[in-house]
Design a binder for this molecule. Structure first.
Ligand code: TTP
Length: 410
């Protein structure tokens, strides 16, 4: 069985982290998101087909042409947007048997796929979907069920409980005939949920598997922090492959990659994951749920908590990085501080595609793109975004979002 992964989306809600790359290559717990998808599909498939478009070269460069010894074929999405269009693009590559489809930007675990495959076979179904029960479906499509089958998929049902569609499916090649007849949705996309309704109306058996494990849809920046926390909390093993100087304290679990040096006076409370060839300390404080990538520098008098610092980035002197995401190749000037809490303790709001959205979090710091440099004593307000390639001059207070490649001075 082939595994088809949808990775052609623009990831606009994840700007600025997706300014120059597809979201599925963003690293969480120091690993590209799409690798978790491949890993959890791996036991059930013999080949991967990845649907690509936006910044596809970056994805191909990161994954190469195989995963765990199984070949990867990259297929450019056909003209048009939406999940149905993305799946249609795999038509010539799936052969004449059933195939698994998964969104490339979600996290789920193997047990969900195992149950999905079992339900599909047991019910002798024409298609099957993975679903999960939520108390509030405002952000999801609702899967209405009757017995062991799906009755209908309804978009945006509001604040009601029920099953949500998780973005993992099994289809037979006959789905392509239904995709051809799928109309453009209100938001201008060809959506696989509409295709599924067409199948049900035509009398096809669409089964579902209810999943109770962890799932996350990486749509917005704070979803990266949620997934990072989950992965560090549940999967991290204490393992030191680098060098730890005398006088450094590591409270397990802390994973330290080869070539990384933890200097004296560093105080690290796990779970914390640090990649290869990074320099940590002397005299810094790294608190739980922090991932620091390869070739990073966290220096003297720096505190980092609950954050993601991607490869080749530095917080070298007198910095506070809290509940923040820092892209690749960034440098924070001495004294650059992220604020992560409002005085009124209200939820932090973030501008997503031009609209302010409630992150649902009391604590959220900065979202900094790639190749950003800040000067000394820069202060960044909670939930503010700095576009990739921007330069923030000394003493600037970042109280508004900064577009990509922008120079901001006092
Ligand atoms: P979305 O998260 O709905 O879209 P997106 O990834 O473009 O993100 P944003 O809305 O922030 O711009 O996509 C769900 C999944 O489907 C995701 O894995 C990407 C994939 N997809 C495609 O492969 N092709 C497409 O045309 C679209 C819209 C999504």
């Amino acid at each position: 069985m082939k595994g088809v992964i949808l990775a052609a989306g623009k990831g606009e809600r994840l700007r600025p982290l997706t300014d120059d790359r597809p979201k599925v290559v963003l690293k969480v717990a120091n690993r590209p998101i799409i690798e978790y998808v491949l890993e959890n599909l791996d036991p059930f498939v013999d080949e991967f087909v990845i649907i690509v478009r936006y910044q596809k070269e970056k994805l191909i460069e990161v994954l190469g042409d195989e995963f765990n010894g199984k070949p990867i074929t990259y297929v450019e999405q056909l003209p048009g947007d939406g999940t149905a269009k993305a799946i249609e693009s795999a038509r010539e590559h799936v052969g004449d048997e059933e195939f698994i489809v998964a969104n490339g930007d979600i996290y789920f675990e193997e047990e969900g796929v195992r149950e999905l495959v079992a339900v599909f076979r047991r019910e002798k179904a024409d298609a099957a979907l993975l679903v999960k029960h939520f108390e509030d479906l405002s952000h999801f499509g609702k899967i209405e069920v009757e017995g062991s089958l799906v009755k209908r998929v309804t978009e945006k049902p509001g604040k009601v409980p029920g099953y949500a569609n998780l973005g993992v499916y099994i289809f037979k090649p006959e789905v392509f005939g239904f995709i051809e007849r799928t109309p453009l949705s209100e938001r201008g996309e060809y959506e696989i949920t509409d295709t599924i309704n067409l199948m049900i109306e035509a009398g096809k058996k669409v089964a579902y598997a209810a999943y109770s494990g962890y799932w996350n849809d990486i749509g917005r920046p704070w979803n990266l922090l949620e997934l990072n926390e989950y992965l560090l909390k549940t999967k991290l093993k204490h393992e030191v492959r680098g060098t730890v100087e005398e006088g450094a304290v590591l409270i397990p679990p802390v994973e330290i990659g080869e070539g990384t040096v933890i200097r004296s006076g560093a105080y690290i409370i796990g779970p914390v994951k640090i990649g290869k060839n990074s320099r940590i300390g002397p005299n810094c404080f790294i608190r739980p749920y922090t991932s620091i990538g390869d070739n990073c520098h966290v220096g003297n008098a720096v505190e980092v908590k609950n954050s993601i610092i991607m490869d080749n980035s530095n917080a070298p002197h007198l910095n506070y990085v809290g509940d923040s995401i820092i892209g690749e190749n960034c440098n924070l000037g001495a004294g650059t501080i992220t604020a992560n809490l409002r005085h009124d303790r209200g939820n932090i709001k973030v501008e997503i595609k031009g609209k302010l959205e409630d992150s649902g979090r009391h604590k959220l710091g900065a979202i900094i793109g790639h190749n950003v440099k800040t000067g000394i004593n820069v202060t960044i307000y909670p939930g503010r975004k700095i576009g990739s390639g921007s330069l923030i001059g000394p003493g600037v207070i970042v109280d508004k979002n900064v577009p990509p490649r922008t120079l901001v001075v006092v």
